[in-house]
Design a binder for this molecule. Structure first.
Ligand SMILES: Cc1cc2c(cc1C)N(C[C@H](O)[C@H](O)[C@H](O)COP(=O)(O)O)c1[nH]c(=O)[nH]c(=O)c1N2
Length: 225
């Protein structure tokens, strides 16, 4: 039983769902305003309070403000994005090329969240069978930061059209540290109501009812005995 003081108030609950539903991946709406240090600390604290396998906390946060590093990452993006475009044909390729898929230079801050695969030693509680649980944990840190940023009025864009080996060199990462998420952060002129890829006709949200199964894959719920 939760005691009343452990429950969220209605307003707190609404706030949480609002952050979840109104979080967006931002590429184009960044404002140049700097993120104050105390606000950035709150975002990093939110990330740092994510769950992690065996309490491994495998993340590090590389705060990138230098134009030189960002220009180098943008060049990597352009190279990978060209290859990505060529995977589509005809109109789909034209459509792909029309999409803006990063805000590396427009955003005032880039952040790389890494996963140190050696943290906690060779035997991390809960990670012996599924080794990638350290990566999953780091993804949860990204999501915590993304939601907290939304509540602060800060947009986040995840850029994954990058060669991870090149990115590791650019950020001087040791061998055992994996660059899990390259993020662009900044205050925004607006948060779009829909995912931008949906608004631009690339792909729509799937109906939840098609994604919920009962007991086993493909079975409707409530059909079991
Ligand atoms: C792991 C991962 C990697 C990427 C993304 C997301 C995630 C989770 N997304 C953002 C993605 O396109 C976006 O989340 C969806 O389109 C849904 O939109 P909202 O996030 O709801 O606005 C993303 N967007 C983009 O413009 N360039 C990119 O390289 C990536 N990469």
């Amino acid at each position: 039983m939760t005691t009343p003081n452990q429950r969220f108030s209605d307003a707190e609950r609404r706030g949480l769902y609002r952050a979840i539903h109104e979080r967006r991946d931002v590429r184009s709406q960044f404002l140049p305003d700097r993120i104050p240090a105390d606000v950035l600390t709150r975002l990093l604290e939110a990330a740092h309070h994510a769950p992690s396998v065996g309490f491994m906390q495998p993340w590090d946060f590389i705060v990138i403000e230098s134009r030189d590093v960002r220009e180098a990452v943008l060049a990597m993006f352009e190279q990978e994005n060209q290859k990505a475009a060529e995977r589509f044909e005809g109109e789909r390729q034209t459509h792909y090329r029309s999409l803006k898929l990063q805000g590396i230079m427009e955003s005032p801050l880039n952040l790389c969240i890494t996963c140190d695969r050696s943290r906690g030693g060779p035997h991390v509680l809960g990670r012996n069978s599924i080794v990638d649980t350290d990566l999953f944990s780091t993804c949860l840190a990204v999501q915590n930061l993304w939601l907290a940023a939304r509540a602060e009025g800060i947009g986040v864009g995840w850029v994954s059209i990058l060669d991870q080996a090149q990115l590791s060199v650019a950020l001087n990462l040791p061998e055992h540290v994996y660059p899990l998420a390259y993020l662009c952060l900044g205050y925004v002129s607006e948060f779009l109501e829909q995912p931008e890829l949906e608004a631009k006709g690339w792909r729509s949200r799937l109906p939840l009812s098609e994604l919920v199964h009962g007991d086993k894959w493909g079975q409707p719920r409530g059909s079991g005995g």
